[in-house]
Design a binder for this molecule. Structure first.
Ligand code: 5GP
Length: 206
């Protein structure tokens, strides 16, 4: 199959699973892959930059974008009391440039994207255990106790959806998880980017 534009990689996993670390490493080392910068009503954490980590917007603006006809969002969801969404514009612009897109979204968002774009490639990142996850979350100075409890509860719920994803990566040893992710991207590119005569596409794939 030859998609007319870049591939969509959906990357989900509970808070504290190491998703952000892996996402940063993959984006820094895999050419031709762009991050889909989501919109959120969550307040920025120290060090986060508007337009790079997220488009930080207020709830009113978020709802206005959501309620546009057609909706400004490819998907959106409430996660941990905040609203998050992937804008149609963000994805379309980057895909039309021939870039593959990485969506870091939760399981609700993943279901919506898969319903609209079934050719998307879904990857779920698991911590080695709930115990390890709990310790990782506790170490994060960014979380209040209340937010910690909420995130842990949501993590258990999220992990029950892991079997719905095409690929499952367990983040036990970070470098192994990164290698696994990179291998998935390479394999999917090799599978999708064939020339009509069956020859591989000449572009550099990793
Ligand atoms: P955080 O607040 O820690 O950055 O993200 C919390 C959760 O929201 C993460 O699981 C992340 O994947 C998810 N998330 C981030 N952006 C989006 C988005 O655009 N849509 C959806 N559905 N979830 C998102």
């Amino acid at each position: 199959m030859n998609p007319p534009h870049g591939l969509l990689f959906i990357f989900s996993g509970p808070s504290g699973s190491g998703k952000s670390t892996i996402t940063h490493e993959i984006l820094a080392t895999v050419p031709g892959l762009a991050f889909s910068v989501s919109h959120t009503t969550r307040a920025p954490r120290p060090g986060e930059r508007d337009g790079e980590d997220y488009h930080f917007i207020d709830k009113r603006s978020f709802l206005a974008l959501r309620d546009q006809e057609p909706s400004g969002f490819l998907e959106w969801a409430q996660v941990h009391d905040n609203l998050y969404g992937t804008s149609v514009h963000e994805v379309r612009t980057k895909q039309l440039q021939g870039l593959d897109i990485l969506l870091d979204i939760d399981v609700q968002g993943a279901q919506q994207v898969l319903a609209k774009r079934p050719e998307s490639i879904s990857i779920f990142l698991c911590p080695p255990s709930v115990d390890v996850l709990s310790k990782r979350l506790q170490r994060r100075a960014t979380e209040t106790q209340e937010s910690f409890v909420l995130r842990l509860r949501n993590a258990r719920k999220e992990m029950s959806h892991a079997p719905d994803y095409k690929y499952l990566i367990v983040n036990d040893v970070l470098q192994d998880a990164i290698t696994a992710f990179r291998s998935i991207i390479i394999a999917e590119r090799l599978q999708h980017r064939r020339m009509p005569n069956g020859q591989p596409a000449p572009a550099k794939l990793w």
